[in-house]
Design a protein around this ligand. Structure first.
Ligand SMILES: [Zn+2]
Ligand SMILES: [Zn+2]
Length: 191
């Protein structure tokens, strides 16, 4: 696997670790909305951590869970603020965590960046990983790929990694919902 090429040989928009970190950050932000909390307890956080391959130290207690939940509105800012504010916010996160970028290899992952030691708190590692990915996005002038799902009333964040920048809906089924609504509208027009 060469840099910038995915496992299938498809050209990536960003480095592989950046794309994974963006997807993980989006999933974390989208784990809460007005009526659902997908991280209600430590077991749910365990699942999330496993699913997204976060390594390193875990406390597995309520304080850790609360810290991760508190991180979500902060990360959401990366999708909502303008470029200058995103830069400010990413820099602040990196500064507060005393981030120190190091190339590492582990668990079958080829060289990628870690900017926190493995014993840093989980929420700090999540924050820094997201901020480092955003640094990459800003440097590539691709912040427009971080946007909000256009399905009415959704509000989930979207990472558009498509070649033609065509991804409009989040991964929670809004694409299907929009297609169904369009179908119903066409049907109603005919009758
Ligand atoms: Zn790693
Ligand atoms: Zn959506």
């Amino acid at each position: 696997m060469t840099l910038g090429t995915g496992p299938s040989g498809v050209k990536l928009i960003f480095a592989h670790d950046t794309e994974v970190a963006l997807a993980a950050a989006a999933a974390l932000v989208n784990s809460v909305d007005a009526d659902t909390e997908q991280l209600p307890d430590v077991a749910a956080l365990d699942d999330f951590v496993r699913r997204w391959g976060f390594t390193g130290n875990r406390d597995r207690d309520e304080a850790e869970l609360r810290a991760v939940r508190r991180l979500r509105p902060m990360l959401r800012q990366f999708w909502e603020l303008d470029d200058e504010q995103v830069v400010e916010s990413a820099n602040a996160l990196l500064r507060e965590a005393s981030a120190l970028p190091q190339l590492v290899k582990h668990d079958g992952w080829d060289y990628h960046l870690h900017a926190t030691p493995p014993d840093a708190p989980l929420a700090t590692r999540m924050a820094v990983e997201a901020a480092m990915a955003v640094v990459d996005v800003v440097r590539s002038k691709e912040l427009s790929r971080l946007r909000i799902c256009t399905h009415p009333g959704c509000g989930n964040v979207v990472v558009d990694l498509s070649k033609n920048r065509s991804k409009r809906f989040c991964d929670a089924g809004c694409g299907n919902k929009a297609a169904a609504a369009a179908y119903r509208a066409r049907k109603a027009e005919k009758s």
